[in-house]
Write a protein that binds this ligand. Structure first.
Ligand code: FAD
Length: 795
C-alpha cells in the first residue's frame, strides 16, 4: 500500500455523497494540504468510483475565441469538444459573451483563439474585449493571476499579420498574465494547419502542466493560509476551498489513472478502417502500380512522359500513375493515417411540404440592403487581354441616404449559380423537394459545445432559397468536413482517399488538390460519386454565403445619384477535380447579368429598351481610407489593375474641389499604376490622362509588365511593376512621407503587390534615413499608426 495525494478543484466536483461525507472529505482535504501534487494522480469519476469514492472530477480550463469568418470559432469549438477525451472540461465562450466568463477572477488556464481581419483589426466579436484590455487605467498586475495560451490566426498576404492576437498577447503580458504555452501564429496564406495542427497537438500537455502548476501554487498558498489559521475551526474555512486534496490509499485501484490521462486523442486514429483499406490498396503483386491503378477511380492522370510500359511478370503493362484528387500514391496510399476526430453532428433538419411558401427573391435582410439598377456597363479591357475588367454604374438615385465618400466600398449580394444549386439538389436527391420548407433545430443529444442553429438561416425558407442565398456552396471543404463526409461514402477506395485528404499525413495533398485550386464541395462530390451526405451535414459545415465588397470608383460629387465600381472577372482554370474552368461566383454572376451586351451606355431608358438588371447592395463605409482632410497635404496612390478603382473616386473629388476653390492650395498628387499591356488593359486611361492635363493629378507613373522591351539595355531600365516605379522616384516618395507629412495609399492585390510595395518602402526608408531594417520597420509602423500609410487590399 502506498499513499497517493490527489488534488481536485472543488468547483468541478460533483458528488453523490451526503453533505456529511462531503464535510469529511473537505476536512481530509485540508489536513492533507501539504502533500505534493502530481498530475498523473488526478482521478476521474470512474477511477474514483473504483476506489469507492463516487466523485466526478474534471479539471477545467477556459477557451475564448474572437472570430470573423468562423475559423477561429471552429478551432475553439474543436478544442472544447476534444477536452473530454483528455479528461478535462472546457468552458467555451466568444469574447463578446461577457456574462459567460470573468477573466478578473479566472483561476484556471485560459486558451485564446483569435483571428485578425481587415487592416489588422480584431474581429467584430472581439472588438470590445480588445478595447477593454487596452484601457490605460488597468494596473500592471491586473491579470497577474491569469495563465494563458494564445493561437493567433492571420494571413501574411495582408499587412499587420496576426495583429489582433499580438495586441491581446501584448496587453495580457503588460497586465501581468503568464503564458503557459508558446503562442502560435497561423498563416492562412500558406495554410493555417501548418501551425494549427502541431500547436493543438502540444496544447493538451501544456494545459496539464499549467493545471498542475497553478494547483501546486495554490496548494502552497493554501498551506500557508492553513498554517496561519491553525487556530480557526476547519469548518469555518472549508466552504471557500477552491483546491482540495484527497488522500487515496489504495494504489492498486488507481494505478491506471496516469495512463488514461496520457492518452492523446486529438487525432482519433482511424486504425481499424484504415488498416482494412490499406490492405485493400496494397498491390497484390510486386508490380504494384497496376494494383493501385485499379483502385483509383475518376481521372487519375498518366503523365505522357512517364515510361508507360515495361514487360511485367505477367505481361501486363506497368503504368506509372500520377496522384490526383481521387488517387494517391505510396507512401501516402500505404501509410497509416491520423485523421481528425469526427465532428459531432448537431442539427436536425427536416423538409416539410408547404402549400403556399412565399417565393422570396433576393437576399433576406432587406432593411440594410438596397436593390439598385445597373445603369451602365463598360468593358475596360480589350477582348484579347488576359483578364476581363468591367466597369458598372449603379443608379442609386432612389436612395438619397446612400451617400458615399471616396475610399468607401459596398457589398454586392449575389446568389449561387442556378445550375450549381440544381446540381446540388440532384446530388442530395432532393430535386422534388426544392420548394419544401426547411425546418432546422438543434439535436437534443449533440456533443458539440456551443452548438447553435446558424443565425443566418431564417425560418420559413425553402430548400431552394437556402441553397441559393444562404450557404456558400462554392466553399472549399475544410478537413473536418472531409472527415464527416467519410461517414457518408460507400466506396472503400473513395473513403480511404477522403481520409487521406483530411489526415495529417495527407496535408500536402489537401493543399494541392483542394485548397490551392479552391475546389468547391460540389466539385468534390462529383469526383467522389459514392459520397452522399445528408442536407444537415452541408448546413453544419458550409459557411454563410458572404457578400462581395467592391471599392467605389467614383465620387458622388461628379456622378450624382450614381455609384461606379470596377472588377476583374475571376477565372478558376480547369484542374484535377474540375474538368471545366469556372468564373468567380460574384464576378461571374455580374458578367452574366450584363450579357449578351457587356457594353451598354447609360442612356435614359426608353420604352422599348430592355429592363435594366438590378442587384442588391449595401454600403460599407471605410473611415480611414480617405483622401487627406487637408487638401494642401501631398498624397500618393499605388493602385495597379482594378486597384486603381478607389483612386478614380479620390481624383474625381479632388477635381471638383479644385473647381470650386480655384484659389485653394492643393498638395501634389501621385498615382502609380501598372498593368500588363499599354493597349489592352490600361484601365481608365483617358480619364487618368485627363486628370493630368487638368492638373488634378500631378504625376502619373505607369508601367507595363508584359509589353516587349525594345532592347535589353532599355528593358533593364524600365520599370515593370509599381514598386519599381516607386523606387525610381524614391527621393520624392520618402520626402513626401517622412518630411512633408504626406500620405501613401495602396489598393489591390494582397498576395504579391501589397507585400512587394511594403518591402520596397522599407528599402527606401533604410537608404534614405541610413537606418537598419528594424528601425525602418518601426518608421513604417509609425506611418501606419498615424494613418498616413493606408492599405485597401484583397485577393
Ligand atoms: P469567388 O468565387 O469568391 O472566388 C474568390 C477566390 O478567387 C479568392 O479566394 C481568391 O483565391 C481567388 N481570386 C483570384 N483573383 C482574385 C481577385 N482579383 N480578387 C479576389 N479573389 C481572387 N475586387 C475587384 O475586382 N474590385 C474592387 O474594387 C474590389 N474591392 C474590394 C474591396 C474590399 C474591401 C475587399 C475586401 C475586396 C475587394 N475586391 C475587389 C475583391 C472582391 O470582393 C471579390 O473577392 C472578387 O471580386 C472575387 O469575387 P468572386 O465572388 O467573383 O470570386
Amino acid at each position: 500500500m502506498s499513499t497517493w495525494t490527489v488534488m481536485v478543484n472543488a468547483a468541478n466536483v460533483r458528488s453523490d455523497a451526503t453533505s456529511g461525507s462531503m464535510v469529511a472529505f473537505r476536512a481530509a482535504v485540508l489536513h492533507n494540504a501539504a502533500k505534493v501534487f502530481l498530475w498523473e494522480s488526478v482521478c476521474y469519476l470512474s477511477k474514483l468510483e473504483a476506489c469507492g469514492m463516487p466523485v466526478e472530477v474534471k479539471p477545467r480550463f477556459v477557451v475564448l475565441y474572437g472570430s470573423q469568418k468562423g475559423q477561429a470559432q471552429s478551432i475553439a469549438e474543436g478544442i472544447a469538444e476534444e477536452a473530454e477525451q483528455h479528461g478535462l472540461v472546457a468552458d467555451l465562450s466568444c469574447l463578446n459573451e461577457t456574462t459567460k466568463y470573468n477573466l478578473e477572477k479566472e483561476n484556471d488556464p485560459v486558451v485564446f483563439i483569435v483571428s485578425t481581419t481587415g487592416d489588422g483589426e480584431p474581429p467584430d466579436n472581439a472588438l470590445q474585449f480588445v478595447k477593454r484590455i487596452k484601457r490605460k487605467a488597468l494596473s500592471t498586475d491586473h491579470y497577474k493571476h491569469l495563465c494563458y495560451a494564445l493561437l493567433a490566426l492571420g494571413d501574411t498576404n495582408y499587412a499587420n499579420f496576426c495583429n489582433c492576437g499580438k495586441t491581446i498577447e501584448r496587453r495580457l503580458q503588460d497586465l501581468g498574465a503568464k503564458q503557459f504555452y508558446a503562442t502560435g501564429y497561423a498563416d492562412d496564406g500558406v495554410g493555417l494547419e501548418v501551425v494549427v495542427d502541431p500547436w493543438l497537438e502540444g496544447l493538451w500537455n501544456a494545459i496539464r502542466g499549467a493545471l498542475s502548476k497553478m494547483a501546486s501554487d495554490r496548494t502552497a498558498h493554501l498551506k500557508a493560509n492553513t498554517e496561519d489559521s491553525a487556530e480557526e475551526t476547519p469548518d469555518s474555512s472549508t466552504p471557500d476551498v477552491q483546491i482540495s486534496l484527497l488522500r487515496i490509499t489504495d494504489h492498486q485501484n488507481c494505478e491506471s489513472v496516469g495512463a488514461a490521462v496520457e492518452t492523446d486523442s486529438k487525432f482519433a486514429c482511424a486504425a481499424s478502417s484504415v488498416a482494412s483499406v490499406v490492405s485493400d490498396l496494397r498491390p497484390a503483386s510486386p508490380a504494384g502500380s497496376i494494383g493501385l491503378a485499379s483502385q483509383c477511380h475518376g481521372t487519375a492522370s498518366i503523365p505522357t512522359s512517364a515510361p508507360k510500359t515495361q514487360a511485367g511478370d505477367v505481361g501486363v503493362p506497368h503504368v506509372v500513375l500520377a496522384a490526383s484528387l481521387t488517387c494517391s500514391l505510396p507512401p501516402l496510399s500505404e501509410s497509416s493515417l491520423n485523421v481528425p476526430a469526427l465532428p459531432p453532428p448537431y442539427l436536425d433538419v427536416s423538409l416539410q411540404e408547404a402549400d403556399t411558401i412565399e417565393q422570396i427573391v433576393g437576399p433576406l435582410n432587406k432593411e440594410t440592403l438596397h436593390e439598385v439598377p445597373v445603369s451602365k456597363a463598360v468593358q475596360l479591357t480589350r477582348g484579347d487581354s488576359v483578364k476581363t475588367a468591367i466597369l458598372l454604374e449603379l443608379d442609386i438615385s432612389a436612395y438619397p441616404m446612400m451617400t458615399y465618400q471616396p475610399g468607401d466600398s459596398f457589398d454586392v449580394f449575389c446568389p449561387n449559380r442556378a445550375a450549381e444549386v440544381d446540381n446540388m439538389l440532384s446530388r442530395l436527391g432532393l430535386q422534388d423537394q426544392r420548394n419544401h420548407l426547411v425546418n432546422i433545430s438543434l439535436r437534443k443529444d449533440t456533443k458539440k459545445k456551443g452548438a447553435q442553429v446558424p443565425s443566418y438561416i431564417s425560418q420559413n425558407i425553402s430548400l431552394l432559397f437556402l441553397l441559393t442565398w444562404c450557404l456558400e456552396i462554392r466553399g472549399i471543404p475544410k478537413k473536418a468536413f472531409l472527415r464527416a463526409l467519410v461517414e457518408h461514402t460507400g466506396d472503400s477506395v473513395q473513403r480511404r482517399r477522403l481520409q487521406e485528404l483530411c489526415s495529417k499525413q495527407g496535408a500536402a495533398d489537401y493543399n494541392l488538390y483542394v485548397r490551392d485550386p479552391s475546389l468547391s464541395i460540389l466539385e468534390l462530390l462529383t469526383a467522389f460519386p459514392s459520397c452522399s451526405p445528408p442536407l444537415s451535414l452541408l448546413i453544419e459545415h458550409l459557411p454563410k454565403l458572404q457578400p462581395r465588397p467592391y471599392s467605389a470608383a467614383s465620387s458622388c460629387l461628379t456622378h450624382s445619384g450614381k455609384l461606379h465600381f470596377a472588377f476583374n472577372v475571376v477565372e478558376f482554370p480547369a484542374c484535377t477535380g474540375r474538368p471545366v474552368g469556372r468564373r468567380g461566383l460574384c464576378t461571374g454572376w455580374l458578367f452574366d447579368l450584363i450579357n449578351p451586351s457587356p457594353v451598354f451606355p447609360g442612356k435614359a431608358e426608353s420604352s422599348n429598351s430592355p429592363a435594366l438588371p438590378k442587384i442588391h447592395v449595401s454600403l460599407r463605409p471605410n473611415c480611414s481610407f480617405r483622401p487627406p482632410s487637408d487638401p494642401s497635404v501631398p498624397f500618393m496612390m499605388v493602385g495597379p489593375g482594378t486597384g486603381v478603382a478607389p483612386f478614380i473616386g479620390f481624383l474625381q473629388q479632388r477635381a471638383e474641389e479644385r473647381q470650386k476653390n480655384p484659389e485653394g492650395v492643393f498638395g501634389e498628387t501621385w498615382l502609380f499604376f501598372g498593368c500588363r499591356h499599354r493597349d489592352r488593359d490600361y484601365l481608365f486611361r483617358e480619364e487618368l490622362e485627363g486628370f493630368v492635363s487638368s492638373g488634378t493629378l500631378s504625376h502619373l507613373k505607369v508601367c507595363f509588365s508584359r509589353d516587349d522591351r525594345e532592347d535589353e539595355e532599355s528593358a533593364a531600365a524600365q520599370p515593370r511593376y509599381v514598386q519599381h516605379n516607386l523606387l525610381l522616384n524614391s527621393q520624392h516618395v520618402t520626402d513626401i512621407l517622412l518630411r512633408q507629412n504626406g500620405y501613401l495609399y495602396v489598393c489591390g492585390d494582397a498576395k504579391n503587390m501589397a507585400k512587394d510595395v511594403n518591402e520596397t518602402l522599407l528599402e527606401m526608408i533604410k537608404t534614405e534615413l541610413q537606418v537598419d531594417q528594424l528601425e525602418a520597420m518601426k518608421r513604417l509602423a509609425g506611418l501606419r499608426e498615424e494613418k498616413r500609410y493606408l492599405q485597401d487590399i484583397w485577393g
